[in-house]
Design a protein around this ligand. Structure first.
Ligand code: NAD
Ligand code: MG
Length: 396
């Protein structure tokens, strides 16, 4: 076999980053870690450097970089520490790199992910917010560089696996009628509506099937995650929002389905463990062991489905509206959501206010075309400012 592929893991200290490193460590003959990044929990980043011996580590600021560099040197490691967004873009685009795992959470992941796209890397895309914010520009950059874009989000990875290889010809050309995007319904699927006003961040983060970072866990509770995924699916598979139907499937065993014109519906099933989509994308078009246990259908016993209730999950309605409006609407939705979720996690807003904040932001700012990345970040900043105004007005 040829030399191991060099992998950069952006967001290595997070849930997806750690799962990625778990899969990589199972296949040292195939993969080598080129660079790791972390934003907080830098002692964990140090431990990951000891374990994987990357050429580079990236941290947010200079003082932290000096501290980590000293520790690495004392441990006899050759790893060099880089700083900030510039460092992230550098390790994403470095000529030695074959594939980049984009697993930074939120808008902060956009520039480094785009740097990897522009350098023509294989992109393992977990950072859905990047695509939601800048879908048209992002996909244009993918086409221009010839970058291979592989979805990590379990639903999109499932859809990718159920699609014919030439799906880029257009869904109708390959006989696809609909995408069925599954959702667990999160921890509040059956919580009495009267209790939703008082749920805590810890309750929101207690996902029944998946263990994830706190931001995406809150998004799963509100179903904004499914809304972001609806937009993500439209970009990845060139679908119209009306071609993507959300189906609640509480067991999280079917990770999504593709409905063909002849009536065939293909699904991908598996245990809810992100190492499956990660291994699928890392090795694509081959298959490798991910460490995930075989699916035990007798233990699963049954698969249930229900329609989502948009009164219970107003964020899903807001996301669908933004998907249909297009242009700057998804970037504004995403930014308002990031501010609202951070405030909820800080105990500054209540759970139900997340949707109120987003709805207000979207109603105040007209939708505009996004000609370039500056326009994306301008829309993002406007939405953040409006969401902050909401917080100030409510004295938070
Ligand atoms: P996480 O919070 O566990 O990890 C986030 C990572 O990003 C950490 O390494 C953190 O240090 C880094 N980070 C945070 N803020 C940063 C900033 N401003 N600049 C640079 N780095 C920063 O999150 P996660 O659950 O691993 O999710 C990561 C991404 O993957 C998200 O976009 C999420 O939507 C997506 N995703 C996650 C899952 C999952 O199962 N966890 C599933 C599908 C998609
Ligand atoms: Mg998902």
């Amino acid at each position: 076999m040829s030399r191991p592929q060099q992998i950069t893991v952006l967001g290595a200290t997070g849930s997806i980053g750690l799962s990625t490193l778990d899969v990589i460590a199972r296949h040292p003959e195939r993969y080598q870690v080129f660079a790791l990044s972390g934003f907080t929990r830098l002692s964990e980043l140090f431990a990951l450097c000891v374990r994987h011996v990357p050429q580079f580590a990236v941290v947010p600021e200079a003082a932290a970089a000096r501290g980590l560099q000293d520790d690495l040197r004392a441990a006899g490691l050759p790893t060099r520490v880089l700083v900030g967004e510039e460092g992230l873009c550098q390790v994403a685009a470095a000529p030695e790199v074959d594939a980049v795992m984009a697993a930074i959470v939120g808008a902060a992941g956009l520039r480094p992910t785009l740097a990897a796209v522009e350098a023509g890397k294989k992109i393992l895309l977990a950072n859905k917010e990047a695509l939601v914010m800048s879908g048209a520009l992002f996909m244009q950059a993918v086409r221009k560089s010839g970058s291979v874009l592989l979805p990590i989000d379990s639903e999109h990875n499932a859809i990718f696996q159920c699609m014919p290889q030439d799906f880029a010809r257009g869904l109708s050309s390959v006989g696809v009628r609909r995408i069925l995007l599954t959702a667990s319904g999160g921890p509040f699927r059956q919580t009495p509506m009267s209790e939703l006003a008082h749920v805590s961040p810890d309750q929101a983060c207690a996902h029944p099937n998946w263990s994830m970072g706190r931001k995406i866990s809150v998004d799963s509770a509100s179903m904004m995650n499914k809304g972001l995924e609806l937009i993500e699916a439209c970009w990845l598979f060139d679908a119209k929002p009306s071609q993507v139907e959300v189906v609640i499937h509480p067991q999280s065993v079917i990770h999504s389905l593709v409905d063909y014109v002849d009536g065939s519906v293909l699904a991908q099933l598996g245990n809810p463990d992100m190492r499956t989509p990660i291994a699928n994308a890392l090795a694509w078009p081959e298959r490798i062991d991910s460490g995930v246990a075989p699916l035990d259908l007798f233990a699963v016993a049954r698969l249930d489905f229900e329609a989502p209730d948009e009164e219970r999950f107003p964020c899903l309605r807001l996301a669908r509206q933004a998907a249909e409006a297009g242009d700057s609407a998804p970037a504004m939705l995403n930014a308002a959501n990031e501010v609202a979720v951070a405030a909820f996690l800080d105990g500054r807003v209540r759970y139900l206010e997340i949707a109120s904040i987003i709805e207000e932001v979207l109603s105040l700012e007209p939708v505009v075309a996004l000609a370039d990345l500056d326009a994306v970040f301008t829309a993002d900043a406007k939405a953040r400012a409006l969401a902050e105004q909401w917080l100030k007005r409510h004295d938070r």
